[in-house]
Write a protein of this length. Sequence first.
Length: 443
Amino acid sequence: MDIKIPDEVQYMIDILEKNGYEAYAVGGCVRDAILGAEPKDWDICTPALPEQTMGFFEGQRIIETGLSHGTITLVLNNKPFEITTYRRDGVYSDNRRPDTVEFVNDLKEDLSRRDFTINAMAYSPKKGVVDFFGGIQDIENQTVRCVGDADKRFQEDALRIMRALRFASVLDFTIEGHTSAAIYRNKHLLQNIAVERIANELNKLIVGDNAGNILLNYTCVIGAVIPEIKEMVGFEQKSPYHHLDVWNHTAASVTKAPADVPLRLTMLLHDIAKPGCYSEADGIGHFYGHSKVSSDMAKEILLRLRYDNSTIETVTELILYHDANIHPERKHIKRWLNRIGEERFRQLIEIKRADAMAKSEKYRQAKMEVLNDILTVLDEIIEQNQCFSLKDLAVNGRDLIAAGVPEGVTIGRILNRLMDMVIDEQVENNKEKLLETAKKEIE
C-alpha cells in the first residue's frame, strides 16, 4: 500500500536512512492516510537517539520537545514534525505518562506500547505499511481495539479511555468487545487525569458523527467526567412533546446540532437540571425554570473542566434562552437582536432546531416551520440593514449633547428610549427625526 507523504517527511526519512538508521511515518498520520483523510500532523519514529537526530539535522530549527522521552521537534518550512526514538515505556504511576523510558532498536516493540491498533502502524516508502497488530483490518472492520492487553493500556494512560470514545465517535467506528469492557472497568482512573485534557477529548468526541451512540453506550464514562448527567438517565419526561427520556433526548439533540463545540456542549447540558426541576400535574410532567438552573449548572461544570470564558459565556447564554418563545415577527426579532446580537441569535435558532428535532414527531414539524419563518424574517432585517442596536442608531451621545440634552444619565436614558422607538418602528432611524424626538422627550 502506497501512501503519499509530504516532501518534508520524505526529506527526514532520507536523512536518517543516509546516516544508517531506518525511519518511518507513524501513528495517526498513517491511519488518516489509509482512511483517505488529510493528516494534520506527521510524526516520525527511528532507532536513532535524540542527540544523534539533532546532529543529523544540524542547522535546522530544532525544539527539544522531550529529550527524556526521546522526542525532538524539527521545524521545516514553518511546519513542526516530531521525531521520536523507538522506546519501551516503564511504569505509569500517574496513569498518564511513563516514569521512565528505555530506548530500543526494534520497531515492533515501539509500536506495541501504543494505544490502539489503528494508531500502531508505520510507513516508509521503501517498506510500505508496517502493521504488526492488525490495524488495517480494524480500519476495514471499522473497529477501535487496544494493542495487546486493554486493561494495561488504560491503566498506563487513562486518557486513552476518552480517546477510544473520541475515535469511535469521529470515525463512526465500533469499540471492540474486550476494549469496551476494559473501558467500563477502568473509567474511575479518569479522576487522575487533568481536566483540561479530558475536556479536549470531550470536545472532539461530541462533534463526531457518531457522538449520540457513544453518549448512550458509554454513559457511565461521561458520568465519570460529568456526574450531573447520571440523574438524566432513564428520567421520563411524561410530556406530549417528548417521546424520549431526558438523557436519550439529550444524546439525540447533540447530533442534530451543527458540529461546533459550543453548540454541541449546549445541547449536552441544556436539560441537565430537568430532573431537579420536575413537577407533575394531571399526569403531565413539567420542568418550570429548568433553563435558568441548567444554565447555572452548566457554568459550574464548564468552570470545573477549565473551559475558556468565551465558551462558558456562549453555552450558558444559549442554555438560558433555549426554551424561550420567539415569534416570527419583525419587532420581536429585533428585540432579540438588540439583546444578544445576530451571531448569538443565529446560534440560538440552531440549538432550538436541534432541540425540536429530538422531540416528538407530532410537534416537530410545526416547530421547524416557525424556526424557518424566524430565519426568513431575520434575513430580511439583516439584508435591509434595519437598526436594532445602539451602534447603528443614527444619533449618538455627542449628537444629543450638541442638541442641548444634559450630560450624564439622561443621555443613556434618551438613547435607550430612541432605540426602543426605532425597534418598535415608532420613529425612523433618521438623525433629524431622532433629534426632534429626543427634544420632545426632555420637554
